[in-house]
Design a protein around this ligand. Structure first.
Ligand code: UGA
Length: 435
């Protein structure tokens, strides 16, 4: 089988390389010639662990090609749509222009009997609309939906060893084609769920909404712990032992960001309103506000230590990416906090092992350090905002000599509080009582 992958961002580039590694001939298609030129020579235009090695191996094997020309996919059997669906300007809804453009671009080249498979995260009802559009365009290809659950930072692992495969199909033949495409994964007993189109679309946004809810739940508990003098990290550990609750995604801190969770819960709310089911997702509004409040609470703690007026105060910010193992700064809580304290007049120095350059494109006025040491030097307070391994491994005794005042706020509750305190640091964590 020959597969095309339309859109070569995190999802598409990873999917293309992973499917080639399963032995298929794959062509990745994108409208961005710069991206395609890089991918052709085995270069990944963003940071994603293990992806570059896989990409180089598959490009060298001859199974994986990249192009900007949709006609190169003309005799292919399956076309995966992997383009982005960002939040629309001035609205909660998703911007569907890339999905619509991808369908229109591939439709004239998709042969009779081929399958066009949406993997992008979309508002429920999109697949049905796209099927209609395919028929209007006179195409004899069929449409299916196969949502993707990969996490940035683990994209390769999640693509080759997913928790489950969900396929929304309208015929047995479409399911058979997808079973052939995923045979190596099915041979490894990955659960296979056949659904109708709307259910397949909904599974993805339901999963992300649940994850967002879990994070905001623990961050609401963090607010209560702060008010009552408790410690949210102990609370999370204790409730997490109940297997019905589970300990994952109960890390309290400055909240969720990135290109998925925030925009997906917002688009889900917007779509529920269109469906006349607004009330059912009203709680997501609260999930969103708890999430954004966590950033504000972090800034309140900074003011508690440095005083209300932050003008001229030197602040070290460790982390700019929305999470570790990623250089993605889209809706990053870390970068948002850095920008807000800078807007209040503070002299902010940011260091991220991978995301400095993306952060600089977004907020060029912040100071970007080349190392942790440079970032911490002369700081009146240190904000730990993205829990990279190298930050968690810092020696509090060693780095104390760099700063002007040994104040640290752990915005991710990932540092060893006792070790920092015994090294003489004044330590705060979101949702944790302070001496
Ligand atoms: C998320 C989902 O986890 C994936 O399953 C999904 O496929 C993907 O979105 C998508 O829709 O494409 P991702 O955006 O890579 O993946 O990031 P997550 O690992 O989910 O983390 C999201 C945010 O939540 C990060 O900012 C992270 O720091 C934060 N988080 C996570 C917490 O604040 N606490 C936690 O306990 C866990």
């Amino acid at each position: 089988m020959k597969l095309s992958v339309i859109g070569t961002g995190y999802l598409g580039a990873t999917h293309a390389a992973a499917m080639a590694s399963l032995g298929f001939d794959v062509v990745g298609v994108d409208v961005d010639p710069k991206k395609i030129e890089l991918l052709k020579v085995g270069k990944v235009p963003f940071f994603e662990p293990d992806l570059e090695d896989l990409l180089i191996a598959e490009v060298n094997s001859g199974r994986l090609k990249f192009t900007t020309d949709f006609s190169e996919a003309k005799d292919y059997d399956v076309h995966f749509i992997c383009v982005g669906t960002p939040q629309q300007q001035g609205s909660l809804a998703a911007d569907m222009k890339y999905v619509d453009a991808a369908l229109d671009a591939i439709a004239p080249h998709a042969k009779t009997g081929s399958l066009i498979v949406g993997k992008s995260t979309v508002p429920v009802g999109t697949a049905e609309q796209l099927s209609k559009r395919l028929r209007e365009l006179g195409s004899k290809a069929e449409l299916a939906w196969n949502p993707e659950f990969l996490r940035e930072g683990f994209a390769v692992e999640d693509t080759l060893r997913p928790n489950r495969l969900v396929v929304g199909v309208t015929s047995d033949s479409a399911e058979e084609i997808l079973k052939r495409a995923y045979k190596p994964l099915l041979d490894n007993n990955v659960p296979w769920i056949r659904a109708d189109l709307p259910t397949a679309e909904l599974v993805k946004v339901a999963a992300n909404s649940f994850l967002a809810t879990k994070i905001s739940f623990i961050n609401a508990m963090a607010e209560i712990c702060e008010a009552a003098g408790g410690d949210v990290t102990v609370l999370a550990k204790a409730i997490g032992y109940d297997p019905r609750i589970g300990s994952r995604f109960l890390q309290a801190g400055i909240g969720f960001g990135g290109g998925c969770l925030p925009k997906d819960i917002r688009a889900f709310m917007a779509r529920s309103e269109e469906l006349g089911a607004k009330q059912s997702l009203e709680f997501l509004r609260e999930i969103d506000s708890i999430n954004l409040r966590a950033r504000q609470r972090m800034i309140d703690l900074v003011r508690l230590d440095l005083g209300a007026d932050l003008k001229g105060k030197r602040i070290a910010v460790l982390g700019a990416a929305f999470k570790p193992e990623s250089d993605d700064v889209r809706d990053s809580p870390a970068l948002d906090i850095a920008a807000q304290v800078a807007a209040a007049g503070a002299d902010v120095y940011v260091f991220d092992p991978k995301a400095n350059s993306n952060a600089k494109l977004r907020f060029p006025a912040l100071n970007y350090s080349h190392s942790v040491e440079e970032c911490l030097s002369g700081a009146e307070i240190v904000l730990h905002l993205t829990e990279w391994k190298e930050f968690r491994a810092l020696d509090p005794i060693k780095v104390k000599s760099l700063v002007a005042r040994p104040n640290i706020i752990d915005g991710r509750n990932a540092l060893d509080k006792a070790a920092w305190e015994s090294a003489g640091w004044h330590f705060r964590g979101l949702g944790r009582a302070t001496r």
